[in-house]
Design a protein around this ligand. Structure first.
Ligand code: LMR
Length: 397
């Protein structure tokens, strides 16, 4: 039976990392997958994570199963980090919660929860979006549509088009918004625009689903929750998928979370039971280690302040690389104005490179970027940035 199976296409992002690993050219540079690298090109384990792991190893009591929805203490700190400890939704206990294997796991649980409990809802994705979004929601059986997000001519948010599209989405549908550091464009709404988006989403009676994978990488840990907090209004429903891959550097530990904000606290029991049903049939209960680290760091004053410093250090390094990249492109005579790269936020820059140019960068220069032209700015270093700019100048001429 298996002999007739055709090979699936390579994944748009992780498939490139696999090709990068196979590439024998020593000068190769990976600017595809969203993984932070320090100045020396390494993806470090954060100091706060090492300290927490040591403490957890010393204190480990059991490897028995966690509850289906995960570690309750972790649930408390994650709600507080995302919403703010004093937020009405946190205080009134109207947030159902699941610890999930990464942000991807949270999105998949959210998708299956929607398909089973709000089966008529279509989910609207930004155009463009993370290429794994359609994969995840199609696999969950959710029907999909798109709304405009990016204005290519001005390299900015297509805000009016986005609002006009939201105003036409049928009531009861769901809309996926990127909480900060939009992937792949690096372009986020301002706080004032977030308030208008929240007005439009709630006026239309839509279910907002926030993909919140980069908290702390745009402006700051609290500032980056502005969109979430604009949407989390009294009595309003909201789903939030968090990831701690990037801001704790815990990529391979697969640690994420799903918060489902219910209209009233007495709705939480039913919603929680439906989340648990989805999870039990998928992976039964979550892996413990990554969430235990996040819980340990966020509950300890010294570790938490160390973590905040380390997030700021990563954010500042990326923003510094953005400025230098703009300068280097100009110095190497790449035609056009690339100053927009310095305005974008998070790991990614939508560079404007065409698919053919991305292919030429990979084939002729061993530089890997995503086919959409997305570059992982967090993969640029003082040692490689000049070569990247030079290669772009060569493929642009
Ligand atoms: C990315 O967009 O590169 C990251 O979110 C990693 C991934 O899984 O695709």
């Amino acid at each position: 039976m298996f002999e007739t199976i055709e090979a699936a296409p390579r994944d748009a992002i992780l498939g490139l990392t696999a090709a990068f690993r196979e590439d024998k050219r020593p000068e190769k540079i990976n600017l595809s997958v969203g993984v932070y690298q320090d100045e020396s090109g390494k993806t470090p384990i954060l100091d706060c994570v090492r300290a927490a792991e040591q403490r957890l190893a010393d204190e480990a009591a059991s490897k028995s199963y966690l509850p289906i929805s995960g570690n309750g203490e972790y649930g408390e700190v994650v709600r507080q980090l995302a919403f703010g400890a004093e937020h009405e939704a946190v205080q009134s206990g109207r947030i159902a919660f699941a610890q999930t294997p990464g942000g991807t796991g949270a999105l998949r649980v959210a998708g299956e929860f929607l398909r089973t409990n709000v089966p008529q809802a279509t989910l609207w994705l930004s155009e463009p979006t993370w290429p794994n979004h359609p994969n995840i929601f199609q696999a969950a059986g959710v029907s999909l549509q798109t709304y405009p997000y990016f204005d290519q001519a001005s390299n900015s948010l297509a805000f009016e088009e986005m609002l006009a599209a939201i105003a036409k989405i049928p009531a009861g549908d769901a809309i996926l918004l990127h909480g900060c550091c939009h992937n792949p464009t690096g372009i986020d709404p301002t706080v004032a625009q977030w308030n208008q988006i929240a007005d439009a989403v709630h006026a239309r009676g839509l279910i907002p689903l926030l993909d919140f994978a980069y908290q702390g990488f745009a402006e700051g840990i609290d500032q980056d929750a502005a969109g979430l907090r604009a949407l989390a209004r009294p009595g309003a429903e909201l789903m939030v998928c968090s990831s701690f891959s990037k801001n704790f550097g815990l990529y391979r530990e697969r640690v994420g979370a799903l918060c489902v904000v219910c209209p009233k606290s007495d709705t939480v029991v039913a919603v929680q039971s439906q989340l648990n049903r989805v999870i039990r049939a998928n992976y039964s209960n979550p892996p413990a280690h990554g969430a235990a680290i996040v819980n340990c760091v966020l509950r300890d004053g010294a570790l938490r302040s160390g973590w905040e410093d380390e997030v700021a250090m990563m954010r500042n390094r990326i923003n510094g690389m953005r400025e230098q990249f703009v300068d280097q492109l100009a110095e190497h005579g790449v035609p056009g104005d690339y100053s927009f790269i310095a305005q974008q936020r998070g790991m990614f820059s939508f560079s404007g490179l065409t698919k053919e140019q991305v292919d030429a960068l990979r084939e002729d220069h061993a530089i890997y970027a995503v086919g959409s032209g997305r570059i992982n700015v967090a993969g640029l270093t003082p040692a490689n940035i000049g070569r990247v700019a030079k290669a772009i100048s060569e493929i642009s001429s």
